[in-house]
Design a protein around this ligand. Structure first.
Ligand SMILES: Nc1ncnc2c1ncn2[C@@H]1O[C@H](COP(=O)(O)OP(=O)(O)OP(=O)(O)O)[C@@H](O)[C@H]1O
Ligand SMILES: O=C(O)c1ccc[n+]([C@@H]2O[C@H](COP(=O)([O-])O)[C@@H](O)[C@H]2O)c1
Length: 224
């Protein structure tokens, strides 16, 4: 792996991880990433484009290269890096991916970011408590999902670890489990709505532009 400094000038580099299908990526992903980065003082956010969400049907899922390319387009000129590292690791389950990432980048401080829709079903993820023990979790409010998220089995367990967002600004003292809930002006955008509105997805990107995008700004050491 290329040598990478994971120590910033003010201590460990704080990195947000937003895993997703990105089928396709949209402005909501970009906006929540920037808002979370600002609230928690993160240096950057990595988008982990999933080879396949274990809980989503394969039908209707565009090829990884297309979803990756749409993410690269949405991430332009922002402190967001797009990665297909789960393909390199051969992992589909987030718990496995995150374990590999913390081992590969031992001096970084990671926080797992997800929308309220995912907290509502987090108890169905493999080894979800293990994920919570690996790194702090930031949950972003999402229109239509907040009630289910707050009533969820995972929230019942995680609520004892709730912290104020400002506490994560001090990354030397980060610990896990830790849960922060963030409510910006909730963003109604979704990939489902985009797919319904755009029958050309995933065919509108040319193969040339895909190749250009997929080699764009890889995370050091990542297959992208
Ligand atoms: N508008 C939004 N507000 C808050 N979180 C969001 C929003 N859009 C996506 N997310 C979160 O970003 C991550 C990746 O989302 P994903 O790529 O599945 O997009 P999506 O819009 O939820 O897709 P779909 O509609 O196909 O389920 C998930 O944790 C999801 O909860
Ligand atoms: O590990 C699991 O069991 C698991 C179950 C469902 C979803 N995930 C991950 O959750 C992230 C968000 O997925 P999605 O499809 O809602 O964008 C993505 O990284 C998925 O791989 C992970």
């Amino acid at each position: 792996m290329a040598a990478e400094s994971d120590l910033g000038t003010r201590g460990p580099v704080a990195t947000g991880l937003l895993g997703g299908s990105f089928n396709p990526a949209h402005g909501g992903h970009r906006r929540i990433s920037l808002m979370v980065a600002e609230s928690l003082g993160l240096t950057e956010v990595w988008w982990l484009v999933s080879p396949g969400n274990p809980l989503k049907p394969r039908e209707g899922m565009a090829p990884l290269a297309r979803r990756f390319a749409s993410a690269a387009l949405q991430a332009r000129r922002a402190p967001i890096r797009v990665s297909a590292i789960e393909r390199e690791f051969g992992t589909n389950y987030t718990s496995q991916t995150l374990l590999r990432l913390v081992r590969r980048y031992p001096k970084r401080r990671f926080v797992w970011i997800m929308g309220a829709d995912n907290l509502a079903q987090f108890h169905r993820w493999r080894d979800w408590r293990r994920i919570a023990r690996l790194m702090p979790i930031a949950v972003v409010a999402r229109p239509g999902y907040d009630r289910a998220a707050f009533a969820s089995p995972a929230m019942a367990w995680l609520s004892r670890y709730r912290k104020r967002p400002a506490s994560l600004q001090l990354r030397e003292t980060w610990s896990a489990p830790a849960l922060v809930t963030l409510r910006f002006d909730p963003d109604p955008r979704s990939a489902t709505a985009l797919r319904l509105a755009d029958p050309d997805w995933p065919d509108r990107l040319s193969d040339r532009s895909l190749r250009d995008q997929i080699t764009h700004r890889p995370i050091p050491g990542h297959l992208a």
